[in-house]
Design a protein around this ligand. Structure first.
Ligand code: FES
Length: 385
């Protein structure tokens, strides 16, 4: 507090803007076992979940601060029986609501209930464009047909639908079939997102990272489809996300630490990004603090805000305001120190690790059945280890 009695304001520090986007990770439970799941490796250790009332309090506080969009994700958010109630509460508060689901556990009845609750948008993820590969990757033989049926039902209910395909070395060569399937299902938007290496995907990186040639081929196919479809109104948007492992500059992760994005884990830990709980940083709980306190005052949310925390080469880099030194989680996973520049950056002294991973992608022969699948037993093992 200033001597005048007014709160002291540090004019040198840029003002922190409120969060725009709240990700409610309702649960880590999931019927699928994807080997690239971004949930923590030791998810089985964490069984507690916020109650309906506790979630609604989080929504109220986020909305009061100015957040406009909410994503319900997990795990598989459909396993929460109170999902319609949570959607309704968020919608009544004025959020734009988005359900991010595998489609497993979805029924026509639930789609009806979500529509009545005011859900704005549904994103369904697929593992592949055919039943066999989808089953091998998801660890669930019935998943593909269920997803197809639910994608059709979502469209029939008049929802704008996003289909999300996580691409990796075992399915990226089928990208043309994946786009054909998306057109057939009348998707409004298609995200062809090459695996980002967090959680289980990082554990399986050698068996998932595509080669540069695979990515170049896929990019070419996407380009051809875009040209073919331009103007015919078939598909609103075809987004292809390449892995940062083939970039020379890192991504501006989360649009900056504590800048626009706030994630809350199933048991109520508030994070500036969904992967941050692995960092050796103390993060606050929504059970002990208001979101206002968490966002503006907590140690964890302020740790990597601004530029003062940066060591070289980021500190004097002319691109730091664009990429913020890259991803803190990736810097930690690869170098053991989250303060370091993201090794994706060619200016990083650790960039050789990225070059080695690219090299490894050219000669590895890991098959799908050799990947580590996300499941409870694996998670327990990793936790014990
Ligand atoms: Fe956590 Fe990038 S995923 S900062």
């Amino acid at each position: 507090m200033h001597k005048s009695g007014l709160p002291s304001v540090n004019l040198l520090k840029p003002a922190v803007k409120p969060p725009l986007w709240l990700l409610a990770e309702l649960t880590y439970r999931c019927p699928l076992q994807c080997p690239y799941c971004s949930n923590p490796l030791d998810f089985a250790k964490q069984e507690k979940e916020l109650t309906t009332a506790q979630w609604i309090k989080v929504f109220e506080e986020a909305r009061e601060m100015g957040a406009v969009q909410i994503g319900f994700s997990g795990g598989e958010p459909l396993v929460r029986k109170d999902l319609p109630e949570l959607i309704r509460a968020a919608r009544d508060l004025g959020f734009y609501t988005n359900l991010i689901t595998s489609g497993i556990g979805l029924t026509e009845k639930k789609i009806d209930a979500f529509a009545q609750a005011g859900l704005d948008h549904i994103q369904i993820s697929f593992q592949a464009s055919d039943e066999e590969l989808n089953a091998a990757l998801a660890g669930n033989a019935k998943a593909f047909q269920q997803k197809l049926a639910m994608a059709k039902a979502v469209k029939a209910h008049g929802y704008p639908m996003v289909l999300n395909f996580v691409l990796h070395r075992h399915n990226i060569d089928q990208i043309d079939k994946i786009i054909d399937l998306s057109i057939e299902l009348d998707a409004d938007d298609v995200e062809l997102a090459t695996c980002q290496f967090y959680g289980w995907a990082q554990l399986n990186r050698e068996g998932l990272l595509p080669t540069r040639e695979q990515i170049a081929r896929a990019e070419n196919v996407v380009h051809q489809y875009r040209e073919k479809m331009a103007g015919n109104g078939n598909l609103a948007n075809l987004l292809f996300v390449t892995p940062d492992y083939y970039e020379e500059r890192p991504k501006g992760c989360m649009g900056g630490w504590g800048a626009i994005f706030l994630s809350v884990t199933p048991e109520g830990m508030a994070l500036p990004c969904h992967s941050a709980r692995q960092l050796p940083v103390e993060f606050p709980s929504v059970l002990e603090n208001t979101l206002q306190e968490i966002w503006y005052d907590s140690f964890g949310f302020n740790k990597y805000r601004g530029f003062d925390w940066m060591p070289e080469p980021c500190r004097s880099c002319s691109e730091k305001e664009k990429d913020f030194g890259g991803c803190r989680c990736q810097a930690f996973m690869l170098t053991g120190n989250a303060d370091n520049a993201d090794p994706v950056c060619s200016k990083s002294e650790h960039h050789g690790m990225i070059l080695a991973a690219r090299e490894q992608a050219n000669c590895t022969n890991i098959q799908i059945n050799q990947l580590q699948f996300r499941n409870r037993a694996n998670s327990q093992l990793i936790f014990k280890g």
